[in-house]
Structures are given as structure tokens and as C-alpha cells.
Design a protein around this ligand. Structure first.
Ligand SMILES: [Zn+2]
Length: 567
């Protein structure tokens, strides 16, 4: 049995670390099944580091806080070659020209810290705020790319290794197809998919997602001392941890620039999402000499690729009424794939913006998407404008309730003045509904509300009443007691209370108009506060409505459930 285990570990190493498998997936699975069969016959021989123990581990201590042994600093970002050059020159001014630079692809995944005790995987955590992360030990254990045991003769007593968990682009697309087929909500991008897969209550779900890992540094290594960053990476690789083979050490800043240029052009030539290049001074004594500021090391920098732009056809310009009554125009686009996401809608901000850009229905337009930001229409390609394309006119009436729109003097926005009965505006209802003083649903606060909306379980306030225990079970932090309390509170709110006001009652009638017209995210605001003018609940609410009910994938921003806790 030990032999079989070693064999499986060997093949996992070939596959996940060396990327050079000797056997097919089917053969690997066959070996795994063989071991499972043996272990079920002799359960007393199961060891905790057996490859079979990856699947379906006990969902214990999930999301408990965990302190990192040393702070997981974030990196300073630079957004242009000039800024990168300025960083490089500053480094050279401080330490002379003897530095070598390790250039790494910046993986758009989920930062994790893995702890090995005496060479055995002991703990896995998210980055969290850099000081305290979330304990996702059981979930990370299911990831085949993570060795259960280091392949070194004398492992350090404690080793904390840092890396990035990600879902390969192909696996992400396959997962989304599958989710759509099951009538579930697809993920916006591979990073969200990776984060969502890692933060599962049931490790078996994580196990079913083909997550991968690239480790890129040490947080803590008792008794180990390296001369250079690249040497530590070589050690990690020898220890069985996956290290991205594209990492390159160069001698000059010119070579650094060449590396970033090359990868900017060929960013899609790897099967995972990258959004930049991380440059680190390789020699550790020089790193120590440079030190860190309060928030980031001086010896490393993240060069972020510029936003990606693509052209596509503008099919229609529609407007959507947000929760504060502001009416935002947005573009319906011929689906276009931009940095890992299929974009079908893009914001046009307001009437003046549409006029300034002079985009017209039928135009070929340039669409830009930068990181998590809402895709936006940059402008038309005038040479491709079809004959007879006419300037767009802002509609006179609210698309949701038909009320005549108003635009006040000095304001950029048109508004729907129908505060009370406009279905689109009533998304605010959910929060008012749940709050004290209205329906008083204990346990249905903003955080939970966001989550429910983001998961698509609440697309209409009335959906609150169809929430099930099975759904709530899947939310982080929802144990039996809490689920019971929330369901009881929801049930209790059905009875009219003296404090509730008429319009706050759940609307039984659904609003197909609102559903049909909700764009992915035309709200211009980036602020996350639920009470801000156009951000908050609106964007979370509107996004799923169109994206989850139609087979086409809409571009969506990072969802609060996946992004917030780990970013
Ligand atoms: Zn309206």
C-alpha cells in the first residue's frame, strides 16, 4: 500500500510540479481508486498524508482566523514602463548596479500561505489582511498540486510557503459551462472561480475543482538560509512544490523591461490568467539592505499590464434605473472575450458621455476592461461606422416603471422620480426590508444580503421567502443555529408588524421588465458602500439578474463573496 501511495505521489509530482506526466489522467485515477479500495479494506492503514485523504476531509475550523508567521506584505504597483524604470533606478541608486532581478508572471489568483511542519502539510490560509488570514486547511488539502509531504530529507521544523492558487482558463470555462447547465451562477473570471472554490464549506466541492498552485516565496523557513530568491525557489521545486517555470533571473533592468514587454504581448500564451509581472531583487542580502516601507518591500514591485481593449459591435444602447433613481445608459455588445471574461455589456456612464464619445447603435466600438473594473466603451471606430447610424437619444421615460424622467439643472444624471413604485429602485427594498425598524429580520444584514444577491438566490425581494436551509448551509459562517435563527426571523416577518410600512411588504409580483433590462454593471461608482449613490446593492443586484438567467455569460465584476475577504 505504501508503494502505491508513493507511486501516486510520484505521478502527482510529475503532473503538477514538473508538468510532465508519465501516465494519463485515467491511469492516475485508476491508481487512486486502487488505493482507495485497499484502504477501505484496511482502514487502520490509512495515513493522514495519504493521497486519498485529499478528498472529502472533515469541514472543521473553516474560516477560523489564522495568524501568518510573518506579515504577507502586498507589493507596490507600477502601471507603466516609466514607473517601472523609476523603480529600477531607485534600487540601483540605493544598492548599486550589482542587483540581479527575478521576473515572475503575476498570476491573477488567490494568495495563500501553506505551512509544513516537519515536512508534512499542516495548514493552509488565505492572505486575509496580510496579518490574519482564513484557515482553509481542509480545502487546500484537496488540491492535488499541493504535496502532503515535502520531498526533502531534512525538512525544516516549520516552513511557511507562499503562492497563488488559480484555476486554469480552460478549467474555468468548463466549470462555468457546467454551472450554467445546472442552472447555477457562473463565475465572472478565473480568480473568482478559484476563490469561490477555495472558500467552500464542503472540501469535496473544492476537491472537484481542478485548482492549481504556483509557489513564489517563503514566509518562514526555520533553519533555512538562502543566498538568493531564485535559490529558494529551486529549493521549493526540489521539495515538490510547484514553481512557475517561466520565472527568469536577469542581470539588467533592460532585460527586465524586455521580459515585461514580451509577456504583455503574450499574456494569453499560458493557460492561466496573468495581469502583470512581479520583479524582485534576487540577492537576499540586497533585499535586506533595501528593506521595506510600512506596507511593501522596496526590493519588489508589481508591474501591471495596461487594461485590455478589444473592438466589437454595439448592438443597442439601453438604460437602467438604479436604486437611487439614477438612470444609467449602457451598451449591449456583441459578446467579446477580454482578459478572461466574456463581455456583453459595458457602461456608458451618462447622457453627456454618450454624446461626447458619440457612440451609435451599429458602431464598431472599443471596449476596455481593467482588472475588476466594469467594462466601458472607450469610443467608436469611425471608419467602420455603418451608413445611416444616428446619434442616440436618451429615453424620456423610465424603462422600469414608465415614469417621465427628470434631469435637474447642474446634474449629469437623469432620474426616475417614482421613488415608491419603481421596481428597479425597489432593490433597496431588500435592505430596508431586512433592517430594524422595518421588518426586523435578525441575521439578514448587508453582508448576508450581498452574499445572497451575489449567489443569485435573491433576485427579487420576494425571494427572501424561498430561501432554504440547504442554500444557507453553503454560506460561510452559517452553522445550523444561525440558519435556524434566520429562517425563523424570515418566517416571523411574514406577519404584519405595527412597524412595517406598506411599501416594504414583499412584492409577490415579479418585475420582468427590470430583470430583462438589468445590465451587468453600468453603475459608475467604484465605492462599495451600500449607501453610496450608485454603487452598493445596485451593482450586486443588477449583475446577476441578466447574467444568470441567460446562457450568455455577462461580464461581471469581482463579486463580494469571492473578492472581499481575501483582497
Ligand atoms: Zn422608474
Amino acid at each position: 500500500m505504501e508503494e502505491l501511495r508513493e507511486q501516486i505521489n510520484h505521478h502527482a509530482y510529475r503532473y503538477y510540479v514538473l508538468d510532465d506526466p508519465e501516465v494519463s489522467d485515467a491511469e492516475y485515477d485508476e491508481l487512486l481508486r486502487e488505493l482507495q479500495a485497499l484502504e477501505s479494506e484496511f482502514p487502520e492503514l490509512i495515513t493522514p498524508d495519504s493521497p486519498t485523504q485529499r478528498v472529502g476531509g472533515a469541514p472543521s475550523d473553516l474560516f477560523a482566523p489564522v495568524q501568518h508567521r510573518s506579515r504577507m506584505l502586498s507589493l507596490d504597483n507600477v502601471f507603466s514602463q516609466e514607473e517601472l524604470e523609476a523603480w529600477g533606478r531607485r534600487v540601483e541608486r540605493l544598492i548599486g548596479s550589482g542587483a540581479r532581478y527575478a521576473c515572475e508572471l503575476k498570476i491573477d489568483g488567490v494568495a495563500v500561505a501553506l505551512t509544513y511542519e516537519d515536512g508534512v502539510y499542516a495548514r493552509g490560509a488565505t492572505r486575509g489582511d496580510g496579518v490574519t488570514g482564513e484557515d482553509i486547511t481542509a480545502n487546500i488539502r484537496t488540491v492535488r498540486a499541493v504535496p502532503q509531504r515535502l520531498r526533502v530529507a531534512n525538512p525544516p521544523a516549520v516552513l511557511e510557503v507562499r503562492g497563488e492558487m488559480y484555476l486554469p482558463v480552460k478549467a474555468f470555462e468548463k466549470l462555468n459551462e457546467q454551472l450554467l447547465a445546472e442552472g447555477k451562477r457562473p463565475f465572472a473570471n478565473p480568480r473568482n472561480a478559484a476563490a469561490g472554490s477555495l472558500r467552500q464549506k464542503d472540501p469535496a466541492v473544492t476537491a472537484s475543482r481542478p485548482l492549481r498552485l504556483w509557489t513564489h516565496g517563503l514566509g518562514w523557513a526555520e533553519g533555512l538560509r538562502f543566498e538568493s530568491h531564485s535559490q529558494s525557489l529551486a529549493w521549493l521545486r526540489d521539495a515538490g512544490l510547484p514553481v512557475d517555470p517561466h520565472i527568469t533571473v536577469v542581470d539588467t533592468l533592460e532585460e527586465v523591461f524586455a521580459f515585461t514587454q514580451r509577456w504583455q504581448e503574450h499574456r494569453h500564451s499560458v493557460d492561466y490568467e496573468i495581469d502583470g509581472v512581479v520583479v524582485k531583487v534576487d540577492q537576499i542580502p540586497l533585499q535586506e539592505e533595501l528593506g521595506a516601507t510600512s506596507h511593501a518591500p522596496r526590493w519588489a514591485v508589481a508591474y501591471k499590464f495596461p487594461p485590455e481593449e478589444r473592438t466589437t459591435i454595439l448592438r443597442a444602447i439601453e438604460v437602467h434605473t438604479g436604486r437611487t433613481g439614477i438612470v444609467t445608459p449602457f451598451a449591449r455588445l456583441e459578446p467579446v472575450f477580454i482578459s478572461g471574461v466574456t463581455v456583453t455589456t459595458a457602461t456608458l456612464h451618462n447622457e453627456d458621455e454618450v454624446a461626447r464619445k458619440d457612440v451609435r447603435v451599429g458602431d464598431t466600438v472599443i471596449v476596455r476592461r481593467a482588472g475588476d473594473v466594469i467594462p466601458e466603451v472607450v469610443g467608436p471606430v469611425l471608419s467602420k461606422r455603418p451608413k445611416g447610424a444616428r446619434p442616440w437619444r436618451f429615453p424620456k421615460r423610465c424603462p422600469s416603471c414608465g415614469t417621465e424622467l427628470v434631469r435637474r439643472e447642474g446634474e449629469a444624471y437623469w432620474r426616475c422620480p417614482n421613488k415608491r413604485a419603481c421596481p428597479s429602485q425597489n432593490v433597496e427594498w431588500l435592505f430596508a426590508f431586512a433592517s430594524r425598524g422595518a421588518m426586523d429580520i435578525e441575521g439578514l444584514g448587508y453582508k448576508t444580503g450581498y452574499l445572497l444577491i451575489d449567489l443569485g438566490w435573491i433576485q427579487d425581494p420576494a425571494d427572501v421567502y424561498s430561501l432554504t436551509a440547504e442554500q444557507l448551509e453553503q454560506l460561510p459562517g452559517f452553522a445550523e443555529k444561525r440558519i435556524e435563527n434566520l429562517l425563523t426571523a424570515i418566517e416571523a416577518s411574514r406577519r404584519p408588524s405595527p412597524r412595517s410600512t406598506g411599501w416594504l411588504r414583499p412584492r409577490r409580483r415579479r418585475s420582468p421588465r427590470w430583470r430583462a433590462s438589468a445590465p451587468s454593471s453600468p453603475a459608475a461608482s467604484r465605492s462599495g458602500s451600500p449607501t453610496s449613490t450608485t454603487g452598493g446593492c445596485w451593482r450586486s443586484f443588477a449583475r446577476p439578474a441578466s447574467a444568470w438567467r441567460t446562457p450568455s455569460r455577462n461580464a461581471r465584476r469581482k463579486g463580494p463573496s469571492a473578492g472581499r475577504p481575501s483582497s
